[in-house]
Design a binder for this molecule. Structure first.
Ligand SMILES: [Zn+2]
Length: 379
């Protein structure tokens, strides 16, 4: 969300998967439908128009969920859900609708309820929480995973296979200006798909394209974002203090400032707008940005020091401070061409601009090189 990112074409395929989930859930939650009614023929009847083959639906019905040790199949989970009392079924159906409306109306702030399964558990509905997670999550894993995937029906054409790996390739093709991690601006490496709203708590969004965020391994890891929930649960608008990678970007709304603590220089995301600042602070906290940018910054500083050394050594003498600052500005300009393409280019650019202005927090890191006290042979 430091960059504006766009959904790939495959988002429509994911919406189709969400439509499958909805059709099955609504059918199952009909008052009067019981577990005994549900078999493969029943599943097939939920898709009049027959856009998917019966064979494919049979494979879907046999998929086992990863959530509970019981490893129940989609068919078994539908039977379990169908046997819940009508009020519980109504709630599961409403929770599904609410979660989707939450994303649909994100910016308008009109619909502000994102129901989690922990609320079902808090109300003693453990079996319902487990079954709905198992049912909805199995459309993501194993459903969407590399070695499984979906056959997407196409009118008058052979069905196309659709899976996570291909989706990431499509995402990169659609976002040629943003090939870095949208959370941290670091290198995307071998991208992972982060569930912005974790699927364990919000299984309704397990396959929603706006909830699947290509991110770097570090951001997706447990010690950083992992399964943290980017929401203020009890606030009137739980998402007000947060950016969203697709729906509310920080791009162009912040600057990177530097402060010196002890012997270390820190980078800080800054905005003059208090609400934007709050969102920047939440993002910083969410992905451990302060700690990770400190490491990235120290590498950028070292690289700049080496460049100055090399530059001095080539010209045979240290540059004047003014000449050095001009050089830093030039390097900053070059760096701006790499926004979104090179990891932490935003950070490096801000550092070079700040040092070129001789701001104490950044220029001190380079001053010794400018003064020529450290002229060494270079590389
Ligand atoms: Zn990242």
């Amino acid at each position: 969300m430091l960059h504006t990112i766009r959904l790939p074409a495959g988002a429509d395929h994911l919406r189709w998967v969400v439509g499958l989930q909805l059709a099955l859930l609504k059918g199952t939650c009909q008052p009067g439908t019981t577990g005994a009614d549900i078999d493969l023929a029943w599943i097939t009847r939920q898709f009049p128009g027959a856009t998917v083959s019966e064979k494919w639906l049979e494979r879907l019905a046999k998929r086992k969920d990863d959530v509970a040790k019981s490893k129940r199949t989609v068919l078994e989970l539908l039977q379990v859900i169908a046997d819940f009392p009508d009020d519980v079924k109504l709630r599961l159906e409403n929770d599904f609708d609410s979660a989707h409306q939450f994303l649909d109306s994100f910016e308008s702030g009109v619909f502000r309820r994102l129901p989690g399964v922990s609320q079902l558990e808090a109300d003693g509905l453990y079996a319902a929480a487990l079954a709905i997670r198992g049912f909805l999550e199995s459309f993501y894993a194993p459903g969407f995973y590399d070695d499984h995937g979906y056959e997407i029906p196409a009118l008058n054409k052979p069905a196309t296979s659709f899976h996570r790996k291909g989706y990431l390739v499509e995402y990169l093709a659609k976002n040629q200006n943003v090939q870095v991690c949208p959370y941290c601006d670091g290198s995307l490496g071998s991208p992972e798909l982060d569930h912005f709203y974790p699927k364990a708590e919000f299984p309704q969004l397990a396959c929603h394209p706006l909830n699947l965020i290509p991110s770097c391994h570090e951001c997706n890891s447990r010690e950083n974002k992992g399964s943290k929930i980017p929401l203020d649960k009890d606030a009137a608008d739980p998402a007000a203090a947060w950016f969203h990678p697709f729906l509310r970007s920080a791009s162009g709304a912040f600057e990177i400032q530097f402060e010196r603590t002890g012997n270390e220089t820190h980078a800080i995301l800054h905005s003059d707008n208090p609400q934007t600042q709050q969102r920047l602070d939440r993002l910083t906290e969410l992905v451990g940005l302060r700690r990770r940018w400190r490491t990235a910054l120290s590498l950028k500083i070292r690289a700049t020091q080496n460049k100055i050394r090399k530059h001095n050594s080539m010209s045979g003498q240290p540059e004047s401070e003014e000449a050095l600052c001009n050089k830093l500005s030039e390097w900053a300009d070059n760096c701006a061409c790499e926004f979104g393409l090179e990891g932490f280019a935003l950070l490096e650019h801000a550092f070079l601009c700040s040092a070129a202005r001789r701001d104490v927090a950044t220029y001190d890191e380079l001053r010794i090189y400018a003064m020529g006290d450290d002229v060494v042979s270079g590389e």
